[in-house]
Design a protein around this ligand. Sequence first.
Ligand SMILES: *[C@@H]1O[C@H](CO)[C@@H](O)[C@H](O)[C@H]1NC(C)=O
Ligand SMILES: *[C@@H]1O[C@H](CO)[C@@H](O)[C@H](O)[C@H]1NC(C)=O
Length: 167
Amino acid sequence: MYSYCILLVVSFLSVCSGIENQWKVQEFPNPIYQVEDCGRSADVEKSWICDPNKVISEQDVNDISDKLVEIYTNSRCNCAMCINNRTGYIVMVAIMPKMYRIINASNSMSDIIQDARVYSYYLSMYWGSFATCKQLVLLLISRDDGVVYTLTQMDARRKLTDEMVTK
Ligand SMILES: *[C@@H]1O[C@H](CO)[C@@H](O)[C@H](O)[C@H]1NC(C)=O
Ligand SMILES: *[C@@H]1O[C@H](CO)[C@@H](O)[C@H](O)[C@H]1NC(C)=O
């Protein structure tokens, strides 16, 4: 199911186009607290996906959001809290037109990936403080960089092998 959801996200990249906007990592909206800044309607209570520039359609965002909730309810992570609460992995998705380059060593793909790793790490710090079981998976999608980067925390890594995540 994880790979299904992620494949879904990747396939949307090819149909995207539009405005350019580079978000600094500390300014990128948090989908839990800034629902509307994340491009969603105010009646959405909270979510784990943020697409402030509407890189993908609202319908696609809603569909992915439902999948993320499904993963959370149907999977189990390995600590007492997850087991008692019957909850599982939290997959959060950040979609942006173009990533703000934190290190910006060069425009080679490996340096872009290095920046994606750093960006995802910081974003996971801002977004994931509640993920005390290290059950967070963060998916960073930067359209113009052609990057889909997956950050997997320790416990999530145990179950979701990198191979599964990148499929
Ligand atoms: C569920 O998790 C929350 C923390 O997110 C915790 O405060 C609460 O006590 C847990 N509930 C159960 C039944 O374990
Ligand atoms: C990254 O470096 C290039 C030049 O190598 C520069 O044009 C660009 O503005 C820089 N991007 C950021 C976000 O600093």
